[in-house]
Write a protein that binds this ligand. Structure first.
Ligand SMILES: NC(=O)c1ccc[n+]([C@@H]2O[C@H](COP(=O)([O-])OP(=O)(O)OC[C@H]3O[C@@H](n4cnc5c(N)ncnc54)[C@H](O)[C@@H]3O)[C@@H](O)[C@H]2O)c1
Length: 357
């Protein structure tokens, strides 16, 4: 399915707004869109995103044959809390991929007012601006965090979109509220909005620095220096790690889904979770297993970390214990089919972190 969508986009290029374009996931979305010949407006306030990511995404698109990528990327430095700035960015846009956010659970606990304003008010601004500007569809980044204390299905522990638990952090609550706002926007104004619940995303350009760094880049950066990483808790927590390339795939499929879906599918009343999709691989990896994979990979790549074991610290507030995606709905409705293994994504991430380019 994704190959067909990509061919259609190449044949008839469109204009896309990517919020959070200078961040980890946003930069991969923009790179792929540019590689497919699309026009991309990128909005960011550079809170955690970087100009280096913008340069890298353009280089990536050029390396994939899009020599004019730079001319088709229009970066706007703006804040999603500023409605007028977002509305201006939406002008003439066909599809919006909303990824600007305070994306760290601990940061939403440490800075609750700011985080709420960005994640909830900011998302509402993007929904409303996209609607006013007449966009054809909007996809926004939700999170597996919305499952909270829901244990998943009894047999597999996998999470199904229909059943969520109570939120364990402000971040989880923000993402859930954002989903509800998206569903109301579709119901009341007709703008197709899809929320993608990402599990743990792996890939190059995820920031390894600072107190709020995600586990993979943080561990790789420490092992590269021969320093000991910390595992919060006993290391038996599990995660579903998903390559960023598959997140890109899910975004393209979800943004164009309203064009492929039947009127019946588009307007299905009743079940508010219909436009919400898990995005993961459906795998289950403990943090200890993750550590072993990264450690072995780093030793192979020549890092000075042979024999280095992790230390354990107290479990962190707001962390989910087990998290695994059931991706049946995304497969069946969107045609999502992951193309990359977690191991391949991990390896690419380690190489990039050792030699960013
Ligand atoms: N990385 C993951 O594993 C993961 C998992 C689940 C959900 N998500 C969601 O995916 C989205 C992207 O996450 P990411 O990992 O790329 O994070 P990131 O921090 O790398 O990217 C977020 C981008 O948004 C920008 N931004 C932050 N506040 C802004 C504001 N007020 N106005 C404009 N721009 C702003 C940042 O500068 C950054 O470039 C987020 O919504 C996040 O919650 C990510």
């Amino acid at each position: 399915m994704i190959e067909t969508v990509e061919a259609q986009l190449r044949a008839n290029p469109r204009r896309w707004l990517v919020t959070g374009v200078a961040g980890f996931i946003g930069s991969h979305l923009a790179e792929q869109l540019l590689a497919l010949g699309q026009e991309v407006v990128g909005l960011d306030n550079f809170e955690t995103g970087t100009h280096a990511n913008l340069e890298a995404l353009v280089r990536g698109a050029v390396a994939r044959g899009a020599a004019d990528a730079d001319d088709r990327l229009h970066v706007i430095e703006a804040d999603v809390r500023d409605f007028d700035g977002v509305l201006a960015a939406c002008e003439g846009v066909d599809h919006v991929l909303h990824h600007a956010a305070v994306a760290s659970v601990p940061r939403t606990i440490a800075e609750p007012l700011d985080a709420f304003a960005v994640n909830v008010d900011g998302t509402f601004n993007v929904l409303e601006a996209a609607r006013q500007a007449g966009a054809r569809s909007l996809v926004h980044a939700s999170s597996s965090a919305v499952y909270g204390d829901c244990p998943g299905e009894p047999e597999t522990g996998a999470q199904l979109e229909q059943r969520i638990g109570r939120p364990l952090s402000p971040y989880a609550a923000h993402k859930h509220v954002a989903e509800v706002l998206g569903l109301a926007t579709t119901r009341s104004f007709g703008l197709p909005v899809a929320a993608l619940r990402y599990f743990n995303i792996v890939g190059a350009r995820q920031d390894p620095n600072g107190a709020y760094a995600a586990v993979i880049p943080k561990w790789v950066a420490l092992l590269a220096k021969g320093e000991q990483p910390a595992i919060f808790g006993d290391g038996l927590n599990t995660r579903d790690f998903c390559p960023v390339e598959d997140v890109v795939q899910a975004n393209l499929l979800a943004a164009t889904w309203p064009e492929r879906a039947s009127a019946d599918q588009r307007e299905r009343p009743g079940d508010p979770s219909e436009a919400v999709f898990n995005v993961g691989l459906g795998g289950r990896t403990t943090l200890l297993e993750l550590y072993e994979m990264i450690h072995a990979g780093m030793v192979e790549l020549g890092a000075p970390c042979e024999g280095l074991a992790p230390r354990h610290e107290d479990p962190r507030a707001g962390d989910i214990v087990h998290s695994r995606a059931d991706i049946s709905r995304a497969r069946e409705q969107l045609g999502y089919a992951p193309r990359r293994s977690m191991q391949a994504a991990l390896r690419a991430t380690m190489k990039w972190l050792l030699n960013p380019s």
